[in-house]
Design a protein around this ligand. Sequence first.
Ligand code: CA
Length: 358
Amino acid sequence: MPAKLVTSLALIGACVASHMAHSQDPLPRKLKGEQVPLVIAHRGASGYLPEHSQGAKVLAYAQGADILEQDVVLSRDGVFVVAHDITLDKTTDVADWYPDRKRADGHYYYADFDWAELRQLSLVARELSAEEQSGRFQQKYDQRMVRLDDEIRFIQELNRLFHKNVGLHIELKAPAFHRQEFGGYMSERLMPILNEFGYRSDRDLCFIQCFEFEELRYLRQNLNCRLQLIQLIGGSPMMLTEPPSAGGEEKMSRTAWVARIISQLPALAEIVNGIGPSLELVAEIQQDGSIRSCGLVEAAHAMQLCVHPYTVRADGLPTWASSLDQLHHWLFEELQVDGLFTDFPDLSLAYRGQRQRQ
Ligand code: CA
């Protein structure tokens, strides 16, 4: 199916879905003190259309996601671009346009290109596993990457048209790398943009997430940011109080790593509102085949931290789950997470909707 047609269908879908949603109760929210977990569209509806394309965002909006995620990196001239990697190789056709602009390590970096150059590139679907290939969009996608300010304008305009309040979940990618390249914190450039668009307090549906604690600390303590901050936590050990070292992380069992994260929650809670752990850190399978919680979600909740685990994929389940239904059951009902990142917002919303009706 041609990409432009897909986008058109997604836009039509947005209109239909939004009119349907508008005729029902307002969408549930789970900010502090509220009870329904947020469905966060991970890079858009990226299980269907190439990540961070406008099509993927429109489709997620049409499906009824509560929040759309933005990963952000900086172009050479300081524009926030919505992209997951700091390099262009895997998701654009940059090599066709600029064969001579790669660095000695063989990669093309956003930081080496101005926005005027980046906007010419086409998005390309990331290479997929055999399982993923069957269900995901395969073609070169005739769409351009998006600036953060344009994406916010786009979401706010859809919200205005459809009387909705779909929110943002912005991940600052590789802040230590950006400090090296640009000589300052990404947050200093981000906050004026968010303020301009009206996101200022922890009641606004705009989260900022990051793997590097130092950037979150700077946001809270140096910039006095009042937005909800989420510390992302990966499946392998890294120091939360410092930027991760280059490959020097010690090997540690999952149990020991979870225990270490739990021991650091009091310090984290001084700065952040919540954590975003990998799915591998929230539950595990036991020898008899049953699933049990790793204790992290409960420990975070005891510290008044919200929990937004990543990433629900119909075609890539965590080691402890044997079906998407089982994964959703554990996240929504057993662990009672506050939100979840999903490549398939429609499937996560369908599960949540079924349970609410029971
Ligand atoms: Ca992300």
